[in-house]
Design a protein around this ligand. Structure first.
Ligand code: OOG
Ligand code: NI
Length: 496
């Protein structure tokens, strides 16, 4: 009998479920958060039919309740490149480059995710993956010691490596192999409460940076959060407080708006967890570590380079005006300043489209209309020429086609830095941010240096990261082409 093969979307889906089950056992509060998020989402969908309809049109409605992103932190180039190969089995590829060093967080990162809309809608599982920048440790002896510890550890099982190799040879896995793959891959993300380092070394690592201790001090890159997507982050934030799960003071990202843009995120504080440190004399010594936390997010429309530049400008402006890092004491002032800064960002989809600030799907409207579509002059292969653009504008006005927002699938460096920082030991990290965390956009870090960091990251990864903006641009262009072709064929067939 021929073996049945399974596609990467299904492997990713199965892995995402297995990961969620494991994390729920490890961190029971995660289960409470998932319940709260699904309650809020149900309410939004019931009360706001226009949001339900939009999500039906984009295909997101089916994925909403399974949508998760996790995060891990790796120690070496070898770990990162094997991780890339592992994620490829699940149809996940590195998208985007995030340099967090300018914000005082010694890592750089990418996000592994599916690329195509149908795959994303089948299983929208992503993993924000960071590589520790040991080169930023100034204590040379400690750096050497950390490297020795990292070089010794094995974060992948032998079986998962064989299955990755088999996938690379065959281009796919049988259902049986895929099942084994999910089980073995999960091992890499598991929490270990017995450390490979002594309490003394752990303390030294911690005094360098909380992240150094979190990576070097452990046997593997435990998944540190698994984030569901909500349709109303303010409601979940309020609900968390009511349920006694105190969130961090500030929701990261843009302010609340009618038309959400990019990404808003908040987290609950990292748990203090008991760990056993390895004693050099044998046996273990008890202690604590904070690493894992809960996070929720609300996603909005992806922005074009022009929209993103405006977002960065307004966020910087608000932070500069506040004059310090947003925190519990200035939260309401920060939100006020943020909202007034973002008054300059158009808040309806038509204007976001017309001004080229955000990406949209173009979809043919199915309803009958008396209007004659002006289809003759459309060049579907070249929809950006001025004549075609005018036709598209006319078709939108005539109600023949509609716009639906392309959801932002990626992350934000300033927000990520805020999330990292709120979940690390305060002693080593607090002073690194200063009200203008967004140095990579405000020019403190030169472009050359940013470029060199990205190259170093890609060398470690063993591949180039995808440019997220190009991906959105392609989705938009493909949807326009498909929708015009659809209208053309309807016109030819005399349907309209
Ligand atoms: C990752 C923090 C960033 C996000 O959603 O931006 C992040 C980490 O703490 O490892 O999760
Ligand atoms: Ni996150």
């Amino acid at each position: 009998m021929n073996p049945t093969f399974i596609n990467s979307d299904d492997i990713r889906h199965n892995f995402s479920i297995a990961m969620s089950e494991m994390y729920q056992k490890e961190v029971p509060l995660y289960g409470d958060l998932i319940d709260l998020v699904s309650e809020v989402n149900t309410e939004v969908l019931n009360k706001q039919p226009e949001i339900r309809q939009q999500l039906e049109h984009t295909g997101e409605i089916d994925r909403l309740n399974m949508e998760r992103h996790g995060a891990i932190r790796l120690g070496t180039a070898a770990e990162l490149s094997m991780m890339r190969r592992l994620f490829a089995v699940m149809g996940m590829y590195p998208v985007g480059y995030y340099d967090l060093a300018p914000a005082g967080v010694p890592v750089h990162s990418t996000a592994f995710r599916a690329l195509e809309t149908p795959s994303l809608n089948n299983s929208p599982f992503r993993v924000f993956t960071s590589l520790l920048r040991l080169d930023l440790i100034d204590d040379e002896a400690l750096k050497q010691e950390a490297m020795t510890v990292l070089d010794k550890r094995k974060i992948f099982t032998d079986d998962v490596i064989s299955l990755i190799e088999r996938f690379e040879e065959q281009g796919r896995l049988t259902a049986e192999d895929a099942k084994q793959f999910v089980k073995e891959a999960l091992e890499t993300f598991r929490w270990h409460d017995k450390t490979p380092v002594s309490k003394g070394l752990y303390r030294q690592l911690l005094s360098q940076h909380g992240l150094v201790a979190d990576v070097v001090g452990f046997k593997g890159p435990h998944i540190n959060h698994l984030t569901p997507r909500t349709l109303d982050i303010d409601a979940v934030q309020a609900g968390m407080q009511a349920k006694g799960i105190p969130p961090k003071a500030i929701i990261e990202g843009p302010p609340r708006r009618n038309c959400p843009i990019l990404l808003r995120q908040t987290s609950f504080k990292a748990l203090e967890e008991a760990v056993d440190f390895k004693n050099p004399e044998g046996g273990y010594e008890t202690g604590h570590h904070t690493a894992r936390f809960g996070e929720i997010e609300q996603r909005g429309v992806a922005l074009t380079p022009k929209g993103r530049a405006l977002y960065d400008k307004l966020l910087n402006q608000a932070r500069r005006q506040l004059g310090m890092t947003p925190n519990a004491d200035n939260a309401s002032e920060y939100y006020q300043v943020l909202e007034s800064a973002f008054a300059a960002f158009p808040d309806d989809y038509q204007t976001l489209h017309d001004e080229g600030l955000a990406y949209f799907y173009y979809q043919a409207v199915d309803s009958h209309t008396d209007n004659e579509p002006t289809l003759d002059s459309i060049d579907v292969e070249n929809v950006n020429d001025p004549l075609s653009k005018q036709v598209v504008t006319d078709l939108l006005e005539q109600g023949m086609i509609r716009l639906e927002p392309i959801v932002y699938e990626d992350f934000l460096p300033v927000s990520a830095a805020g999330i990292f920082q709120s979940n690390l030991h305060n002693d080593s990290t607090n002073d690194s941010t200063n009200g203008n965390e967004n140095d990579e956009h405000s020019g403190k870090q030169s472009n050359d240096k940013g470029h060199a960091n990205k190259e170093a990251f890609e060398n470690a990864l063993g591949a180039q990261v995808y440019d997220e903006l190009e991906l959105y641009q392609t989705l938009q262009a493909q949807s326009l082409k498909a929708c015009l072709a659809n209208l053309n064929s309807k016109a030819l067939n005399g349907v309209i």
